[in-house]
Ligand binder design. Structure first.
Ligand code: HXC
Length: 515
């Protein structure tokens, strides 16, 4: 055969493989409001940047008539490309081919591209749309999942791992996304669960739809398994493109710097954000926007555990991880979920050399039987652990309340914040004035002929003495009491001066965080 004929033969083979599961299956996919796997990759990556590998991989299964079935690409597309010029490795399961089910060769394609990502030290993106383990391939499918989970764990903290759920992701298959750093879901399209509605019905007699059991909203608002929620696949890809610009390619690098930009001072006037009445709520995201470059804040897990706000911004072009209590939701308390949310985010930032800026305004840990029984001790300890082990520059600003365990947990000096600043509105104490006065002056209040009057007087006394930043400043627990309008200036200087920070940690195999 001449080169020309061989090239034509190649083109014909490629054309056949690119058909995926064929026109009918593609039409069915479109009717569900879903793009095909290849369309997804092309939409996400920079134009013409996608290079596909292993297009001609074939399955080798024989049982259940599999030897008579051709599965183009074995139901998964893999390759490399760029997003805004940043290199990535990527795979997308092709639901049009045997429901994107995972057989031996399908798994090998995924593990091969994961290995490449680890060797090249670039992020890996996995688009999940699959009926799970390919039933006909039995234990080989399970082996395939195990190989993926192992690699997810090895890659954790080395390269960023991003999972996109764009269809079903059921059974053990959910554990690959669960082991990765960021999970993206799309309304009405993403479904994640260990056991589906039918199993639940037959075992427990309970009825529930797939959407109510493990739809995008459920995982964004209730379980916290998802980090980004989108209304459509197009919106989801925009979010991924944005995230990639905030994070480094691997753990030996810093995120790529952006041009420096001032905040939109006219829109976000820091002095006007915090109400004068210390009991009034406000949106802490506005404080972040009042100090971040261009007033940009890219929030992570926006819909989950909203008393805690975490996400990325930039200061003088450098990516920053912001962690802040949200006074608008439950006064910004720490609870089981908000502790988990913050702890995980802090660990991501620490692993990937992203400095942490913590904004504090909270009454403490949430009291209650529910919280105690849900393990607020174990979960609450995670945030202490994460801040204590973090060696990236850590800068804390106490805006208003910093009471009790909440004061310690929110990156206090004692957990080795490099810089702690407090606004004059800060109240650093064991607890709020009302609660404190009621306890320490209980007898005086009870035995007085005018208990309410005495109580008020004692609250005022306590407030004057402790509800301020100066007691902590007198002990050197905070470095400076600063005017709110100077926050960006102080944080920027602290970041600049910490640029060469290196912290020696005790030698160990690994710690044992309160998982
Ligand atoms: C083989 C599968 C498959 C699977 C789907 N298909 N799932 N083939 N193994 N797991 C095939 C179907 O036979 C069908 O092939 C095509 O994919 C499309 O599937 P449909 O059922 O027509 O699509 P839809 O109606 O949209 O339903 C999607 C679905 C359903 C809800 C995902 O297919 C389903 O329930 N699949 C089985 C899910 C499951 O139980 N998986 C195993 C989970 S256990 P044809 O040829 O007709 O087009 C697991 C363990 C992992 O994953 C453990 C890891 C540790």
């Amino acid at each position: 055969m001449s080169i020309k004929h061989k090239t034509l033969d190649l083109k014909k083979r490629m054309q056949d493989a690119l058909q995926g599961g064929g026109p009918q299956a593609i039409e069915k996919q479109a009717k569900m409001g879903k793009m095909t796997a290849r369309e997804r990759i092309i939409s996400l990556l920079d134009p013409n940047s996608f290079h596909e590998y292993d297009l001609f991989v074939e399955h080798a299964a024989k049982d259940f008539n599999m030897d008579k079935k051709q599965l183009p690409g074995d139901g998964v597309i893999t390759g490399t490309g760029t997003i805004s010029g940043y290199p990535v490795c990527i795979y997308a399961q092709d639901f049009t081919v045997a429901g994107g089910s995972l057989g031996l060769m399908h798994a090998r394609k995924i593990t091969k591209i994961m290995d490449l990502a680890m060797n090249l030290k670039v992020p890996i993106i996995g688009i999940n749309d699959s009926g799970g383990a390919r039933i006909q391939e039995g234990v080989n499918s399970l082996a395939g999942y195990g190989e993926i989970f192992y690699r997810n764990t090895q890659a954790s903290g080395v390269i960023p791992q991003i999972s996109v759920i764009l269809g079903p992701c059921a059974g053990g298959a959910v554990y690959s996304p669960a082991l990765t750093d960021f999970v993206f879901v799309v309304d009405k399209i993403s479904k994640m669960f260990i056991t589906g509605p039918e199993v639940i019905k037959s075992v427990l007699g309970e009825e529930i739809s797939m959407e109510e059991l493990g739809g995008a909203k459920v995982h964004s608002e209730i379980t916290g398994n998802a980090h980004f929620f989108a209304e459509s696949e197009a919106e989801c890809f925009k979010q991924i493109k944005k995230l990639v610009t905030y994070i480094p390619w691997n753990n030996s690098k810093k995120a790529e710097p952006f041009p420096k930009k001032a905040p939109k001072f006219q829109e976000y006037k820091i002095d006007k954000i915090i109400p004068t009445d210390p009991r009034q709520p406000y949106d802490v995201r506005n404080v972040i926007k009042s100090i971040s470059d261009d007033s940009e804040f890219f929030e992570v897990q926006e819909l989950f555990a909203a008393s805690m706000v975490v996400g990325f911004g930039r200061l003088n072009g450098q990516t920053i991880g912001f962690v802040a209590n949200q006074p608008m939701v439950l006064a910004g308390v720490l609870d089981v979920d908000s502790s988990d949310k913050a702890a995980r985010f802090i660990r991501f930032c620490n692993a990937f050399n992203i400095p942490l800026v913590t904004l504090v305004d909270l009454p403490g840990y949430l009291p209650g039987i529910d919280q105690e029984h849900a393990g607020v001790i174990r979960h609450g300890a995670k945030i202490l652990y994460s801040y204590s082990e973090a060696t990236v520059p850590k800068i804390t600003v106490i805006l208003r309340k910093a009471y009790g365990g909440g004061y310690i947990a929110m990156c206090s000096r004692h957990l080795r914040a490099d810089f702690v600043f407090a606004w004059p509105t800060a109240e650093i104490a064991v607890m709020g004035p009302e609660g404190a006065a009621n306890i320490i002056f209980r007898n005086e209040i009870k035995n007085s002929p005018k208990p309410e009057e005495v109580r008020k007087k004692k609250v005022a006394e306590y407030k004057k003495k402790f509800a301020n930043p100066y007691v902590a400043a007198a002990h050197g627990y905070i470095d400076a009491v600063i005017e709110p309008g100077d926050t960006r200036k102080f944080v920027l200087h602290a970041l600049d001066i910490s640029a060469s920070k290196e912290q020696i940690v005790p030698g160990k195999k690994h710690g044992i965080p309160p998982f």
